[in-house]
Design a binder for this molecule. Structure first.
Ligand SMILES: [Fe+2]
Length: 362
């Protein structure tokens, strides 16, 4: 495929990356250095860790548990921000996100909203955030989404049906801690689905029209690490969890410089209309991607088989016309990735009938 010249790129990376087994212990000191005697910090913690005593909470920090049974909604982010603004007159000194992609994205969105007026939906899109947010630290506890590295925080706007983040340099974390010990208790299927998000991001990027050499290098290395993990005997073994953590980070860096393709728009449709979580939705979409990504379709399914992971089938095979209409709308709205994958005529390829047929295959 011809690589289109997309001009010069400016890449914003995370300022500091702490990596290694036990690196999570550095969080305490980091927070202490940031929070003044009269200030405060906010820690967004995945509710999964509510009773796990993961760390000792700094005395001037407030914990907000993030319910990850549903992915972030603009309305939920606004609700959190309203309650925080009512409670505090001053800005926090630090915001920390500890958890999976949803928790990290919640932390990123709130960091931006503390210094930018209005509601979360006002900033869905590209470069709408005007002021730098509150200093933020990200600690992923599952690998794959790349949220720890990206310049976005994905949220669903239930009014418009739009699933879109605040794409901005200001959304990038200031500091992240990558400690593979934190990913040791993840259920097998969830580990696979989430890890595959990195694989899918990067294969979509490499198969796209809009590419650049930096993004390509990140993507190739991410795919290599994902293959090492998902082709190994035990994908959950320590060295694999370490590799997948790196793959997730590099995959996030890749996405910060390139675009996804056909899988993510369809996956967004499944999330918006049927409420299926992003990473599992991606894997379900792969059931119907033979036509668009034949090589990766084969490889993905053989890795799922090797790791004994079962994918749901038929989730969109018998829906109402109204549901298919909504699926079509919430897929086709993602013009940038579809343009990247299929060119300017993508609406001629993905007609309403064709989109319905693809969903039925899942
Ligand atoms: Fe993704």
């Amino acid at each position: 495929m011809e690589i289109l010249d997309t001009g010069n790129k400016i890449i914003k990376n995370v300022n500091r990356v702490a990596f290694g087994k036990g690196s999570f212990s550095s969080l305490q000191e980091l927070i202490s250095n940031k929070v003044s005697d009269t200030g405060y910090g906010i820690i967004f913690l995945d509710s999964y860790f509510a009773d796990k005593n993961l760390f000792q909470v700094h005395e001037r920090c407030e914990i907000i548990l993030v319910d990850t049974s549903q992915e972030p909604k603009t309305s939920k982010i606004d609700e959190i921000m309203d309650s925080l603004r009512n409670k505090h007159c001053e800005l926090p000194d630090v915001i920390v996100g500890i958890g999976g992609g949803s928790t990290l994205d919640t932390a990123k969105a709130c960091s931006n909203l503390f210094t930018n007026p209005g509601s979360a939906a006002d900033y869905q899109g590209w470069d709408k955030v005007k002021n730098p947010g509150v200093f933020k630290i990200g600690v992923p506890t599952i690998s794959g989404t790349g949220s720890e590295a990206t310049r976005t925080c994905v949220m669903t706007n239930t009014h418009s049906g739009l699933k879109l983040g605040m794409n901005s340099d200001y959304t990038v974390f200031d500091h992240i801690i990558l400690d593979p010990i934190l990913t040791s208790t993840i259920p097998r299927n969830q580990y696979f689905f989430t890890g595959m998000d990195a694989y899918i991001h990067c294969m979509e990027a490499l198969e796209g029209n809009y590419r650049n050499p930096v993004g390509d290098a990140y993507s190739r290395e991410t795919l290599k690490l994902c293959r090492e993990v998902f082709r190994s005997k035990d994908m959950l073994e320590t060295s694999c969890r370490e590799k997948l953590m790196v793959a997730s980070y590099l995959g996030g860096c890749s996405i910060a410089t390139s675009y996804v393709g056909v899988v993510h728009p369809f996956s967004a449709g499944l999330s918006v209309v049927l409420g299926i979580h992003h990473c599992e939705a991606n894997c379900i979409v792969m059931n119907a991607m033979e036509e668009f990504y034949p090589k990766y379709y084969e490889e993905f399914h053989s890795m799922a088989k090797e790791q004994d992971v079962q994918l749901k089938k038929g989730v969109a095979s018998q829906l109402t016309d109204e549901q298919y209409d909504r699926l079509y709308e919430s897929t086709i709205i993602h013009e940038k990735p579809l343009y990247n994958a299929l060119g300017s005529d993508f609406k001629k390829v993905l007609t309403k009938e064709k989109v319905k047929e693809i969903f039925k295959k899942m």
